[in-house]
Design a protein around this ligand. Structure first.
Ligand SMILES: *[C@@H]1O[C@H](CO)[C@@H](O)[C@H](O)[C@H]1NC(C)=O
Ligand SMILES: *[C@@H]1O[C@H](CO)[C@@H](O)[C@H](O)[C@H]1NC(C)=O
Ligand SMILES: *[C@@H]1O[C@H](CO)[C@@H](O)[C@H](O)[C@H]1NC(C)=O
Ligand SMILES: *[C@@H]1O[C@H](CO)[C@@H](O)[C@H](O)[C@H]1NC(C)=O
Ligand SMILES: *[C@@H]1O[C@H](CO)[C@@H](O)[C@H](O)[C@H]1NC(C)=O
Ligand SMILES: *[C@@H]1O[C@H](CO)[C@@H](O)[C@H](O)[C@H]1NC(C)=O
Ligand SMILES: *[C@@H]1O[C@H](CO)[C@@H](O)[C@H](O)[C@H]1NC(C)=O
Ligand SMILES: *[C@@H]1O[C@H](CO)[C@@H](O)[C@H](O)[C@H]1NC(C)=O
Length: 815
């Protein structure tokens, strides 16, 4: 007994000691910390100490977040010189300042200070910066050395990525070799100082991704980088320095950027509520972010198929190669240049080309810029340097223009040198603008001006082709051009649609889909229509769109919304039958509207969606995976029959191919299956998962996304699963339908819903099995655990403040 008391007293003493050493943030001259002891920054945000990595485990000296439970290393001292055992010591000496010694007292890692200090001290700051100062120095902010100058794979607030131009010192981040090996991997993210600086993601010496040049607001190739509540970012370029950095706006926010081992730069923000890292931004995002994928003068647009096109006035250098989707040799001018006689043609909506061989001047304006570029025959293009306040500064490109993307809405203007004979491209542009102004004034708003102009311009072309009498009517005989043989879809005159929707008036706008606004309208004959406007102002993208229209137009099923026709030129409009009751979510998640959905209506909806999906997956000629099944994509007709809509993300698959991979994950959080959200693998079973989520939502009247329960942290799937395993499934039922409800149908639907959301795709039933299970009494297998059931909030934070709640998102799968 006595021994026990003594022992526990000793333990208390020991832990007090540990606590004491824990609370220090400084090591003084001739002092040291051993493996097992830590430095804690004054505000308690970061900790420095030893950690293990690798197999067999080795010991490293590193810095990590103290305040969060997930061990997240942000810096490593001895990346390339691990300790074999836990005998390491970090020591501050007058000779090397900071020295890491192994058990035998040999130096493993040390600093080389330019000026030796009399009494150096090492301190871990609350920013995560480990600094060495001279205790006798007068200025405590005069660091002899700081870990922020030697980042590893993590870019923290207060660090700089970039150059001291005086000394030529370059700071950049380097990936770990693998997730348990901190030694430098193949990927770096650094500021390239050539021409106008830009951030490059490199694998060895190969460029993988280019953020593009700084345009005053963001990098030209990072449209997602926007002012946000977490941090403020800035690019600094002056005589002495050029660097990118960011500051946290609120010291309680935890945000970091990391270069992953597989070559992706990701920004994460810690979410307290979910106790997890939320992926906030990522780069590269999609295929078009692959450096120079379309070669010189090629432009990449991610919703085109294939993604690469030559810029207007350019043709593939080798068309055979280009036709087999090898774009690396890019495009060449249709008409050769002739220096003095050349003109500049404006191209809009672009990620500006690689600026490594560019020249810039901050104080010149666009006119001066043009003059300078015109004078030098090897100057191929110019643009504004800064897009704020109408544009300022001058950026000139010499040599081929490479790595261009077409962003339409977020892109910039680029003026490219073209042969005088191409000047047809130029005046038409100017003519367009005059036309716009003339027509626009009566309609008053800038938005209308844009939309209406586009329409008029397109239909003008079309009118010339179409017989006069047919111009404004519903032309069932005409086919969307270029696909005459394939497409049995009526072409609408744009003026028809414009008149039907009252010139796309705001009053007629009934919603905003993931890909553009939706308008309601009435055709002259009285038929009500819904008009979906896709990707405005695009010079390309037609073929992809037409392909999409092509197969959607072939789908005919009472549970799919019917496409009546299209209007295609450079702008894309889809004309659907109008669904007076709007979408399912407007009923399901509205406390008053929900009453209108009694049980038999809900069961009918559950069945109807299942049949619609079955048709898509199996019975239609094209076999289609919808990829964005959710309540807001189910429309309701007069009799509350469900119709699946929005095939913007749908993908056709052929024959026996039932799954595919994609780098670009699109869909909606809360409905996305785990294999799709995490690995980009999609199949009909991903639709089944989304369907299962929808079924549980219909039954419970609650959203999966944002679901909260006082007893646990699970989302709706987890909640349903919990109730099911505890035999309490009836409690999932929406209180509003309990009375009208056939309990056996309801319980069966819950059971089927749970089968559909099982984590493993192979365990989920196919839609044909679902339809059969819904319509019969056959015994159902027991469901296994659902996917994503305890991550109620992990994936639901919006990546941007402006994103409406249920909007379709594009995220990158980290592969
Ligand atoms: C640290 O140790 C060295 C050598 O033992 C000694 O010369 C020096 O005065 C010490 N410095 C301090 C500040 O204690
Ligand atoms: C210390 O030295 C001995 C003999 O040179 C060696 O076997 C041992 O591995 C060393 N220990 C460490 C931790 O380096
Ligand atoms: C850049 O390097 C020079 C020379 O080493 C140094 O004097 C200067 O302080 C550095 N500038 C900054 C901002 O660190
Ligand atoms: C890094 O590059 C080397 C040599 O090019 C290669 O063997 C290795 O597989 C690469 N590692 C990764 C993680 O890509
Ligand atoms: C900082 O964030 C915390 C937690 O998110 C919040 O409570 C606080 O109001 C924020 N402070 C400021 C100044 O925005
Ligand atoms: C594309 O063409 C280039 C040059 O003609 C060739 O080097 C390259 O291997 C080709 N790429 C592919 C993927 O075939
Ligand atoms: C930039 O342009 C301004 C105005 O034209 C000129 O005064 C200045 O010398 C230029 N700077 C450089 C570096 O060419
Ligand atoms: C054109 O610009 C390039 C790149 O700046 C330069 O090397 C060349 O001398 C210039 N040519 C003339 C005629 O000014």
């Amino acid at each position: 007994m006595k021994a026990f008391v003594v022992l526990s007293t000793w333990l208390v003493l020991f832990s007090c000691n540990a606590f004491l050493s824990n609370s220090l943030d400084t090591i003084a001259t001739n002092q040291s910390i051993r493996d097992g002891e830590n430095l804690l920054s004054a505000g308690g945000t970061f900790e420095l100490g030893f950690f293990s990595a690798g197999d067999p485990p080795k010991r490293y000296l590193g810095i990590w977040y103290k305040k969060i439970p997930t061990m997240t290393i942000v810096w490593v001292a001895n990346r390339v010189a691990p300790l074999a055992d836990a005998s390491g010591t970090l020591r501050v000496t007058t000779r090397g300042s900071l020295v890491l010694l192994d058990g035998n007292g040999s130096d493993i890692w040390w600093l080389n200070l330019p000026i030796p200090a009399r009494s150096p001290v090492a301190q871990l700051l609350d920013s995560g910066n480990l600094v060495v100062r001279d205790a006798e120095g007068s200025d405590p902010n005069n660091f002899l050395w700081q870990s922020f100058d030697y980042p590893t794979d993590t870019f923290l607030a207060g660090m700089k990525i970039g150059w001291n131009r005086t000394s030529g010192f370059n700071r950049y981040i380097t990936s770990w070799k693998s997730i348990d090996d901190p030694s430098p991997g193949n990927f770096t993210f650094q500021l390239d100082p050539n021409g106008y600086p830009q951030l490059l993601l490199k694998q060895g010496s190969d460029i993988k991704f280019r953020t593009g040049s700084w345009n005053g607001l963001r990098w030209s190739g990072t449209p997602n980088l926007k002012p946000n509540p977490y941090y403020r970012y800035e690019f600094v370029l002056n005589e002495e320095e050029m660097y990118y950095h960011y500051e946290l706006l609120n010291s309680s926010v935890i945000s970091r950027m990391v270069m992953t081992t597989n070559g992706i730069v990701q920004r994460f923000t810690w979410i307290d509520r979910t106790q997890g890292w939320m992926l906030y931004l990522t780069g590269p995002i999609d295929q078009c972010d692959n450096y120079a994928i379309c070669g010189a003068y090629g432009s990449c647009r991610v919703d085109n198929s294939p993604v690469c096109r030559c810029l207007k006035g350019f043709v593939p250098r080798f068309s055979q190669e280009w036709d087999i989707l090898n774009w690396s040799n890019g495009c060449v001018r249709r008409n050769p240049l002739d220096c003095e006689k050349d003109k500049f043609v404006k191209y809009s909506g672009l990620k500006l080309p690689d600026t490594r061989s560019s020249w810039f001047n901050k104080s010149m304006n666009l006119q001066e810029c043009e003059v300078v570029c015109m004078k030098n025959c090897s100057c191929m293009a110019y643009s504004n340097l800064d897009i704020r306040d109408g544009g300022s500064g001058c950026l000139l490109w010499f040599g081929e223009l490479i790595d261009i993307r077409d962003y339409s809405n977020y892109g910039e203007d680029l003026y490219i040198r073209m042969a005088a004979s191409e000047s047809a491209l130029l005046p038409s542009h100017q003519k367009k603008h005059k036309l716009v102004m003339g027509l626009a004034v009566p309609f008053g708003s800038v938005f209308l001006i844009l939309v209406f102009t586009i329409c008029v311009l397109q239909c003008k072309k079309k009118k010339m082709k179409l017989p006069e009498a047919k111009r404004d009517s519903f032309e069932s005989g005409d086919n969307c051009e270029n696909h005459k043989e394939d497409l049995e879809l009526p072409l609408f005159g744009l003026s028809t649609v414009a008149i039907a929707t009252n010139y796309f008036s705001t009053d007629n706008k009934i919603g905003e889909g993931g890909f553009g606004p939706v308008y309601r309208g009435v055709l002259r004959g009285g038929q009500e229509i819904a008009v979906k406007m896709l990707s405005r102002n695009s010079s390309q993208g037609l073929h992809e769109f037409k392909n999409e229209v092509l197969y959607v137009s072939k789908l005919q099923h009472r549970n799919l919304v019917k496409l009546l026709g299209c209007c295609i030129e450079e702008e894309n409009l889809l004309i659907y039958e109008f669904m007076p009751n709007g979408s399912l979510d407007l009923f399901l998640f509205d406390p008053t509207q929900r009453k209108r959905l009694d049980w038999s209506t809900r069961f009918n909806i559950i069945n109807g969606i299942a049949r619609g999906l079955l048709y898509l997956h199996q019975d239609s000629r094209l076999r289609i995976i919808h990829r964005d099944v959710k309540a807001s994509n189910v429309l309701l007709d007069n009799e509350m029959n469900p119709k699946i809509s929005d095939f913007g993300l749908a993908k056709s698959f052929t024959g026996n191919e039932t799954r595919a991979n994609t780098n670009r994950v699109v869909g909606t959080y809360g409905y996305m299956s785990p294999e799709y959200a995490l690995d980009g693998v999609f199949s009909t079973k991903s639709d089944v998962f989304s369907y299962g989520v929808l079924v549980l939502e219909i039954i419970s009247g609650k959203r999966n996304r944002g679901f909260r329960h006082p007893d646990h942290d699970h989302n709706l799937l987890g909640h349903a699963w919990r109730l099911f395993t505890e035999g309490r499934s009836p409690q999932l039922l929406d209180k509003l339908v309990e009375n009208s409800c056939s309990t056996s149908d309801a319980l069966r639907s819950i059971h089927i819903g749970l089968l559909c959301v099982q984590r493993c795709p192979d365990d989920r039933p196919s839609m044909s099995t679902v339809v059969m299970m819904l319509g019969s009494d056959i015994e159902l297998p027991l469901p296994k655990e659902p996917g994503f059931f305890n991550e109620s909030n992990l994936l639901q934070e919006n990546t941007s403040q402006s994103q409406p709640n249920e909007m379709t998102m594009t995220v990158l799968s980290a592969r």
